[in-house]
Design a protein around this ligand. Sequence first.
Ligand code: GAP
Length: 506
Amino acid sequence: MASNEDLFKKIISHAKEYGFVFPSSEIYDGLSAVYDYGPFGVELKNNIKEYWWKSMTQFHENIVGLDSAIFMHPMVWKASGHVDAFSDPMIDNKDSKKRYRADVLIEDHIQKTEDKISKEVEKARVRFGATFDEKMYRETNPRVKDYQSKIDAIKHRFYPALDRNDLADVRLLIEELGIVCPVSGTKNWTEVRQFNLMFSTQMGSVNEDASSIYLRPETAQGIFVNFLNVQKSARMKIPFGIAQIGKAFRNEIVARQFLFRMREFEQMEMQYFVKPGEELQWYEFWKTERMKWHLSLGIPASKYRFHDHDKLAHYANAAADIEFDFPIGFKEIEGIHSRTDFDLNAHQTHSGRKLQYFDTEANESFVPYVVETSIGLDRTFLAILSHAYREEKLDDGSERVVLSIPAFLAPIKLAILPLIKKDGLPEKAREIMEVMKYETRCYYEEKDTIGRRYRRMDAIGTPYCITIDHQTLTDNTVTLRDRDSMKQERINVSEIPGVVKKKIAK
Ligand code: GAP
């Protein structure tokens, strides 16, 4: 069994070898934390986008879409708080020259202590059996109590220090906790400094006229500034949502985790506008709804968990992450935030324009509250890819790598394979291809032995293969092979569209 780190490396190299994800500008040794999606990657990514878009807009009558520009007026980012506050505290280790997020170093330390508590609890559960009372154990066991009080003390000091922007105290805490650099193993740290994550560039060709603008670090602000345009033009009544898929850019400090932390990535966000006072009820609704969506990808519930935020962002009155069990551990895949009226209010103030909803029944205007769901497309791609990746030993002693991607998301749904390259089999296979390519995403291949072609289709996650053999020419039947069970059944050529449609449907 490969360790998680080995597994992660294998997934990254599989993704490259089989045309899913390439490092950006690879011939120039790549560009840190930027990736390109290859022929099968782009299909999978598009299928995820389409499924999210349908789930949000088509399945909810009161959610409509938007595609706002990446470039926005610089005042947008002043109003949203990103110019002043969208930064991470960074710290460098002088020996390894590696840069870290100071808050992540401390959070990892807390997580390690929490893991120690979980270990104690699990040991006790085994020892006491059915009579085990976890709550009482946590409250009374001296070792667990000691760990817990250490965690509480760190949180009690750390979060207020961040709020006060007291970076000297954050630095002191790292020192007092004895946190070492994972690379050099030393505590030789620099000061902690704030680092703004937004990329900026110049707009305008003449130097004197050029003004600095930012590449958006989230798609959400495009939705806020268009709130009234959308509400009026699509005649939306509160509660209603606006969904958007698009690129976002962040100059991440720590960017060494493949698709997990990129500098250019894609978000799928939805802002849900509600009556003030009803936001927490909608927040709970969207937490449940979004978890259901993740589970509908065919990934078991044990791979997900909620993480409620202790420290809330400046705009939120409640926030939780949905975390996924990536090969690098449980990490955020989606954020659900109750953003109050912070953003609309801020844009009203900075633009001088009213961003209010007129409630015709109550005959009053108000600034709506907002509940946001924000999921990373690339992280969802990574979750699906890493869950799907399996190495199998087969009964005949051979091995295969298979991607068990749910059929409705698979890059290629159906491979059409003549058994050999002669005797009229390719011609018959081409006839089938000509029909099926208008039904779903197909792949025709006649090179190599049939066994090799099956392996290749397994490796890119093609759920079904059709093989045309000599029997096809006599009775018009083909074999239909299932990727996961590798079982084959014979079906008539006329049945292919119906059978395949049923199997790949969501
Ligand atoms: N509008 C709210 C917002 O942007 P966020 O928690 O900063 O919230 C939302 O980001 C989601 O975007 C995250 O849950 C994650 O899936 C994705 N994301 C954020 N930063 C990312 C990065 N550097 N690389 C890949 N995905 C990222």
